[in-house]
Design a protein around this ligand. Sequence first.
Ligand SMILES: Nc1ncnc2c1ncn2[C@@H]1O[C@H](COP(=O)(O)OP(=O)(O)OP(=O)(O)O)[C@@H](O)[C@H]1O
Length: 341
Amino acid sequence: MLRLDGATVRFGKRAVLDDVDLEVADHEIVCVLGPSGSGKSTLLRVVAGLQAADAGRVLLDGRDQRGVPVHRRGVGLMFQDHQLFPQRDVGGNVAFGLRMRGEAKAEQARRVGELLDMVGLPGAGRRAISTLSGGEQQRVALARALAPEPKLLMLDEPLGQLDRGLRERLVVELRQLFGRLGTTVLAVTHDQGEAFALADRVVVMREGRIAQTGTPLEVWQRPASEFVARFLGFDNVVAATVSGEAADTVWGKVPVPAGTAQGEARLLVRPAGVRLVPVEEGLPCAVTGRTFRGHHVAVLLQPAGAPLLEAECALRDAPEVGAEVGVAFAADEVVVLGAAD
Ligand SMILES: Nc1ncnc2c1ncn2[C@@H]1O[C@H](COP(=O)(O)OP(=O)(O)OP(=O)(O)O)[C@@H](O)[C@H]1O
């Protein structure tokens, strides 16, 4: 449905989108993630036609979009500042694309009713925009973007300004809605929780390039590089020399999965693989912090003369700050990362 071939955008000498290849299949939901300034919005703007590519191609349904203006690309856009028309009521906003297309009034009214039902705002057509909550406005913006039945819907930080609870609820609703409608979606967010909950596939960007792409589970379980691992919030990363089924590190011997290439490597030990044992049976550490994370506690551990480690502990097993504990590592939570970066 969508293909980018070597898409490149330069501002001055700097490539903010650097030779990007990406394919999005029919009905797929793809979320682009990455730190601020990594080129996520520029990627969307190139696909939408709001930004010309300096090199490379954008193809929609196999057709090169060079020279095709925004409104002829058949893509729906929903941006962070959803820019509803404040002087029109909800129905007037949702009907916008249909009116532009010259649909008959009765058909417009039918579609508006249907879309408002779909986004969970039945009967809200006559309400003024100023009377809606942030989440309701977001839904109206979504209904407006969906109204012309775009073949590709593009969302830029769709839930950006909403509070956490509402975001978590809306993200589930959106996924269900897109599944039901068979909408193909390309979304940009810097919130990994949102991306992982919404996407069939995530794309992690770094400095205008794709650092990794995969299903949420693949990326979460096997971050391809130290950059991706740290971006996802994993900080137990260490230089290692692999020999047999263990590696020498500043944290002592760390077991590695069978079949790991021998020699120099960077290892990630996911916090779930940092196990607490009696102090004499493992790497001695002092507990320096505890952060409640809902279903577990993140425990910060300081070994003598080596970088901090984070462990994931069940609520009832989490030691107090100041306690001395031992640490052992579980091979199934150790990931060998790609080239050091
Ligand atoms: N019109 C422009 N002129 C010059 N530089 C630009 C322009 N638009 C974007 N940039 C730069 O390109 C880089 C990528 O911007 P982009 O908005 O794509 O990043 P992003 O990943 O979406 O970031 P954020 O999460 O902060 O929105 C940034 O460093 C930005 O300053």
